[in-house]
Design a binder for this molecule. Structure first.
Ligand code: PHE
Length: 351
């Protein structure tokens, strides 16, 4: 073994390796070339270097330098070829996965608003035209707000009007939690957090311990209205509700007030509209009276104003509470309130 033959071996190896690198058709082949030439154990360059020990000591550094130079050349060639092959692979992939924007899209299943939501929004839209603003109020309430602040003390017989679900949780400051039986506690919350003039709308879910039938649910929806200002009167309430009834059920529809009773309003009224099924002639839908009750209302009781932190000497207010389910049934000719919460798509898809 001499210097000349080792140099010749290295040169030949370089030529072969360059040819193999150039011929590698993909990354796997290139990797195989790299292992066969530069691999630490079986690599051809390693094999050549093993022969260095047989050389004269003064020739060894020279061969070492030649071998290193060759290694660097080959590594550079490998890197260049790798980059090229990666570029090709990417191009091939892009071509294969090409997106055809002219293909028809997958159809989107489009939902629709639940009739209760849609009706509550329509109510809010109408009252919004009179400056009423929507507030939110919790469904789990305290006894204090659902009853006491509304002038219904513990053990007052008026509580019998609202069959209540009490929540099986520890009382907070001696105050029992319950599922609100109406949206009226929201009146107190709004009065406490704002100042007159107040024009508030409070939509939401309410709960009562009811036997369920076509017109009663233990879970139902109300929209509460509250106006508090100086000089607010029952005439304002009447005018506003007339406008509402006309916007919701048609301009010609007759309306009426009847005396009612609620502990938190004085005086209290029931507001009826001419039956939308028979136009007042009398039919099963209106119990042959020609009228349908839409909501309860009245002038906010001075005790309730005071409980809301409002001076009843200076301000007056009116409030109303309407059943959204009832209004949605009238608008869409739905005869059974249980459809609303059954989640039957055949029903829901119609809206
Ligand atoms: N909260 C009453 C009910 O649920 C309705 C109502 C609201 C009456 C506001 C008067 C004023 O029956």
């Amino acid at each position: 073994m001499d210097l000349a033959s080792v140099s010749a071996d290295l040169a030949a190896l370089g030529t072969r390796a360059q040819a193999a690198i150039g011929a590698a058709a993909d990354l796997a082949e290139l990797e195989a070339v790299e292992v066969s030439v530069l691999g630490r154990k079986q690599g051809q360059l390693t094999a050549v270097l093993r022969g260095i020990g047989a050389l004269a000591p003064e020739d060894r550094p020279l061969v070492g330098a030649l071998a290193n130079e060759l290694r660097e050349e080959l590594e550079a060639a490998l890197a260049a070829r790798r980059e090229r092959l990666e570029g090709i692979a990417l191009e091939v992939r892009l071509a294969a996965e090409q997106l055809d924007p002219t293909l028809p899209g997958r159809p989107l299943r489009r939902g629709s608003l639940h009739p209760i939501v849609e009706t509550a929004r329509e109510i809010a839209r109408i009252f919004g035209q009179f400056g009423f603003v929507v507030y939110e109020s919790p469904e789990v309430e305290t006894d204090a707000l659902n009853f006491q602040a509304l002038n219904i003390p513990a053990d007052h017989p008026a509580r019998d009007l609202w069959d209540t679900f009490y929540v099986d949780a520890p009382a907070v400051d001696g105050d029992r939690l319950l599922l609100r039986t109406h949206t009226s506690p929201g009146q107190i919350r709004v009065m406490r957090q704002t100042e007159p003039p107040i024009r508030a709308l409070l939509p939401g879910r309410c709960y009562r311990y009811e036997a369920v039938d076509a017109s009663h649910g233990f879970e139902f929806f109300q929209v509460e209205g509250l106006m508090v200002d100086e000089g607010t009167s029952l005439a304002h309430l009447r005018g506003l509700l007339d406008e509402f009834a006309h916007a919701m059920f048609g301009a010609g529809r007759a309306t009426r007030f009847r005396p009612g009773y609620y502990p938190f309003t004085e005086p209290s009224v029931a507001f009826d509209v001419q039956c939308v099924v028979c136009d007042g002639a009398g039919c099963p839908a209106c119990g042959r009276t020609g009228w349908m009750v839409i909501l309860g209302a009245g002038m906010v009781h001075p005790i309730v104003l005071a409980n809301g932190g409002i001076d009843p000497e200076r301000y007056q207010g009116f409030a109303f509470g309407m059943g959204v389910d009832r209004i949605a049934m009238l608008r869409h000719g739905i005869h059974d309130l249980r459809y609303f919460l059954d989640n039957d798509l055949r029903f829901l898809e119609q809206f």
